[in-house]
Write a protein that binds this ligand. Structure first.
Ligand SMILES: [Ca+2]
Length: 305
């Protein structure tokens, strides 16, 4: 039986690949997509989600708008990596579906409460929507199976020397989520930097010949042109784990989020060596079988032929 999931995202090129993987996977049933400002502004990322669903003929999946900015900080976006539209220079055409009448908060609550099984949330943007959900409806925490998060790092950041982008955008939200008691699996830069595609992988995706294969490869070309250290499929890790957990090496750790540091705001403080004896509130991924991961992404995209 497939696992019911909600995807909270900010598409975003690697979000697009993560969405394709989730939708293609028989193991997962995407009940809802919610958006959270991050890689680009709310209007752009929500339009991107709708365009992608229209492009692949999955217009029936509900898309609900969430937070337009972090809880307390000003929004910072990643247009340097994802471009002016959020999808590089790829034009997927106008969407033929519209955004939900429900807010992300209400839609998440309803999907979780109405599901006979516990629902898993894949959070691949800043954690603002999830923090608001936890604070607004604490009674539904027990109905959440797991949070699979792309964010943070044990060693070194990409927005600052110590902070990863998704957590850096809204550290206050992240700290609420890590303290929520929901089972968390964290895919930080320690593992996502090992989850890269090679240029050959991208060519293989392009050569599927399908319109989604060609569009995905064009997005990845743009993404590659903006990155100097590899074509990292950050967000897809949080989905791939739900399809096949055996891809990853995971260590339970205590994780706290730095919300006050002068130089370290947004850092995830991962107690990998168990210095604090604090409760292990997250399973943190440190390694991935890259070859199998890349093959999984290829096969997912090929399925849209
Ligand atoms: Ca993202």
């Amino acid at each position: 039986m497939s696992k019911p999931i909600i995807i909270d995202c900010d598409p975003g090129i690697d979000d697009a690949i993560a969405l394709l993987l989730a939708i293609a996977s028989d193991e997962l049933d995407v009940k809802l997509i919610t958006t959270c400002a991050g890689n680009q502004t709310m209007e752009k990322i929500t339009t991107n989600a709708l365009k992608l669903l229209s492009f692949i003929g999955e217009e029936k999946i509900e898309v609900a708008k969430g937070a337009t900015r972090p809880l307390f900080k000003e929004l910072c976006i990643a247009d340097d990596i994802h471009g002016e539209s959020g999808f590089g220079e790829v034009e997927l055409g106008e969407p033929n579906c519209s955004v939900s009448d429900r807010s992300a908060l209400e839609a998440m609550r309803d999907v979780i409460l109405n599901s006979p099984e516990k629902v898993t949330i894949v959070a691949i943007g800043p954690l603002t929507n999830i923090a608001i959900l936890v604070k607004s409806y604490p009674e539904i925490v027990n109905n959440i199976e797991e949070l699979s998060i792309m964010g943070g790092a044990c060693y070194g950041g990409n927005s600052t020397p110590t902070a990863e982008f998704n957590i850096f955008v809204d550290p206050d939200a992240a700290q609420i989520v890590f303290k929520s008691g929901i089972p968390i699996t964290m895919f930080g830069l320690d593992v996502t930097h090992k989850a890269f595609l090679s240029n050959e992988d991208i060519e293989r995706i392009r050569n599927t010949g399908s319109k989604i294969g060609v569009a995905s490869a064009s997005m990845l070309d743009f993404y590659a042109s903006r990155l100097t250290r590899g074509i990292h499929m950050h967000d897809a890790c949080a989905v791939a784990y739900l399809v096949d957990p055996s891809l990853f090496t995971i260590i339970p750790c205590n994780v706290e989020v730095e919300t006050k540091g002068e130089f370290t705001n947004g850092q995830t403080v991962v107690d990998k060596n168990d210095r604090t004896n604090k409760p292990k509130n997250a399973n943190v991924a440190f390694d991935v079988d890259r070859e199998r991961f890349a093959e999984m992404l290829y096969q997912a995209i090929e399925k849209f032929n």
